[in-house]
Design a protein around this ligand. Structure first.
Ligand code: GRF
Length: 201
């Protein structure tokens, strides 16, 4: 059984969806640790409620990003984590950290990458007036939301809908897609060749 760590800074609705899927045995992996860079992250509470080890690692205790990431990497290695899942983790990870876990860090982004990377993916797409948006699960590389795409699904925009309803619809999609991607990883069904990620039988 693969050992999964989830890094989250905020509300943790994706974490919740992952834990729900795990409890329905839809993920052949186990979330063993949740880490946050914010003490008040609801994600920590969600983990605590389910008896999952959870840690607040305070960035203020470290001189710079490298040292923070060094501490993070040490914890993940000591917990023998196989997969690092970013679920609304609001810190940019250093190249050192990413190199420490090659093709073992995944992220979910609320747009159809490579369109609208970075923060506020939904707002950017909405402001641009797109007719279709969606979400993307991808491996993390050293670029901004630029690693090989694992899963991607679209959401057509409804004419004159508000950004709030679009957000809700994209989030519902995220909650469905992320557990599927995590399960594929845990069952070793993902094979990456250059930019392309294949789902194998
Ligand atoms: C999600 O919308 C995800 O796309 C982005 O951060 C948000 C996290 O939301 N990377 P939550 O904390 O999982 O509710």
């Amino acid at each position: 059984m693969k050992r999964v760590a989830v890094l989250a800074s905020g509300f943790g609705s994706n974490l919740e969806a992952i834990l729900e899927a795990q409890s329905r045995a839809e993920i052949q992996g186990k979330v063993v640790l949740v880490i946050s860079d914010r003490r008040d992250a609801k994600a920590l509470e969600r983990a605590e409620k389910r008896g999952i080890k959870n840690l607040f690692i305070d960035p203020r205790n470290y001189d710079d990003r490298e040292n923070y990431d060094l501490a993070l990497a040490e914890i993940l290695k000591s917990e023998e984590v196989d997969l690092v899942v970013l679920a609304g983790f609001m810190r940019l990870l250093t190249p050192y950290f990413i190199k420490s876990f090659p093709l073992k860090i995944i992220n979910i982004h609320p747009s159809l990458l490579p369109s609208f990377p970075g923060t506020d993916g939904i707002e950017q797409a909405y402001a641009h007036g797109v007719k279709v948006s969606g979400c993307t699960v991808h491996f993390v590389d050293e670029g901004l939301d630029s690693g090989p795409i694992i899963l991607q699904e679209s959401v057509p925009l409804i004419q004159e809908e508000s950004i709030e309803t679009l957000k809700q619809r994209i989030q519902a999609l995220e909650h469905r897609l992320y557990p599927i991607a995590i399960d594929l990883f845990c069952r070793e069904k993902l094979q990456v060749n250059g930019r392309r990620c294949y789902i194998v039988e």
